[in-house]
Design a protein around this ligand. Structure first.
Ligand SMILES: Nc1ncnc2c1ncn2[C@@H]1O[C@H](COP(=O)(O)OP(=O)(O)OP(=O)(O)O)[C@@H](O)[C@H]1O
Length: 253
């Protein structure tokens, strides 16, 4: 049987003796699977992403990519953060920002790949502008282009839509789902927004309060492509949203 793309097995992490953050976190993510992580505020979701991306080592347990452990941030993984303001270089144009992901690639290939990534996020027209000349949504699309330009297998999304307005958030959700579909990319989305988790994911993983552990994994078998209006009006969507919301609320009590 083939190995999952990503697996966390019994991962625990504490920042100090009295600050246990993760406790025995275990789940698997398959290839091309879109996974959403939800849980109470401050439960340790970002800490979990740091362990997955090898920016931080777990105290116990392991993270595996196709059955292999790894020590450094791996090339098959890219991260998109909430705070695009701090993740883009203001002194570099959009094109040069995206190019940062490709420093080891030959110039001729680099230009083509940057252009492809900018087309994928619909930013071709803004390639020569600077981040401070862009709207919030455009800056986050630029950050997304920089993440996909390296052709990763897995995109880690740490509340990537939390700093934009409601309409832009919806547009970015559709864009990310479309990119994942077209590039056969897996995604692991951390979000506080339960509608967003159910709408975008193939599986929602619910975490407990600190120290976080997996409370339940809920498969989301809504058909794709998903539509912001019609999918969200189906009884199946409403019932899944109810289930996830109830579980998260129980944790917070
Ligand atoms: N480097 C660090 N050193 C010490 N404590 C930390 C560190 N990073 C995070 N923490 C603490 O660990 C806890 C979990 O933080 P984390 O950011 O992982 O949670 P989260 O679920 O992503 O939070 P939120 O829901 O607010 O986005 C918090 O109490 C936070 O203050």
């Amino acid at each position: 049987m083939s190995q999952p793309l990503l697996s966390m097995e019994g991962v625990s992490k504490a920042y100090s003796a009295d600050a246990q953050i993760l406790r025995d976190v275990t789940f698997k993510q398959g290839s091309n699977e879109f996974l959403a992580i939800v849980g109470p505020s401050g439960c340790g979701k970002t800490t979990m992403l740091r362990c997955i991306s090898a920016l931080m080592s777990p105290d116990s347990g392991s993270v595996f990519h196709e059955g292999q452990s790894f020590d450094d941030p791996p090339p098959w993984l890219s991260i998109v953060f909430q705070d695009y303001n701090r993740s883009l270089f203001p002194w570099l144009s959009v094109r040069r920002n995206v190019e940062q992901g490709l420093r080891d690639v030959a110039r001729s290939e680099r230009d083509d790949r940057v252009s492809e990534a900018l087309t994928a996020v619909k930013l071709d027209h803004a390639a020569d502008l600077y981040p401070w000349q862009l709207s919030g949504g455009m800056q986050q699309r630029c950050a997304l282009a920089r993440s996909i330009v390296t052709a990763p297998r897995l995109l880690l999304l740490d509340e990537p839509f939390a700093s934009v307005d409601a309409q832009t958030r919806i547009d970015l959700q559709d864009l990310v789902m479309d990119i994942c579909e077209r590039m056969s990319l897996s995604a692991l989305l951390v979000t506080h927004d339960i509608d967003e988790a159910v709408f975008m994911a193939d599986k929602v993983v619910v975490l407990s309060t600190r120290p976080a552990t997996v409370v339940e994994e809920i498969p989301i078998d809504l058909p794709r492509p998903r539509d912001q209006l019609t999918t969200k009006e189906t009884p199946e969507f409403l019932s899944l949203r109810h289930k996830v919301y109830t579980l998260v609320r129980q944790q917070a009590q």
